[in-house]
Design a protein around this ligand. Structure first.
Ligand SMILES: [Cu+2]
Length: 120
């Protein structure tokens, strides 16, 4: 392999890594919000998401908290963001929404529980 070919291979690899990083950052799922980001709360209560539909600005961090005695799961319809594990009473799950769109989600244990996050 010539030096130029090697350099090209390294560049291609770096571009791929950069693209993967961008894709991952589009919707980040984590417990704690990034610094300076506004946090919006969705309660899970009486087998329902409250509010059922929530409109947030681009880049907002949404935190779901289970207020029921039953476990619930936050599952993205179409896997647009990472799903939570089963949330026990008082457990929270946070997702940062950095791309505008309509994100429908449901509870995989109780699929009649449906909610929507609208990111503007
Ligand atoms: Cu549930």
């Amino acid at each position: 392999m010539t030096a130029v070919a090697a350099l090209r291979a390294v560049c291609t690899l770096m571009v791929m890594v950069a693209l993967c990083g961008m894709d991952r950052s589009a919707v980040a799922a984590d417990a704690s919000p990034p610094k300076g980001v506004k946090v919006y709360q969705v309660d899970i209560r009486n087998f329902a998401f409250a509010p059922k539909a929530l409109t947030v600005p681009q880049g907002a961090h949404v935190v779901w908290t289970n207020r029921d005695e039953e476990p619930h799961v936050v599952t993205s319809a179409g896997s647009l963001f990472a799903s939570s594990k089963a949330l026990d009473t008082s457990d929270s799950y946070g997702v940062t929404f950095s791309k505008p769109g309509t994100y429908t989600y449901y509870c995989s244990i109780h699929p009649m529980m449906v909610g929507t996050i609208i990111v503007q």
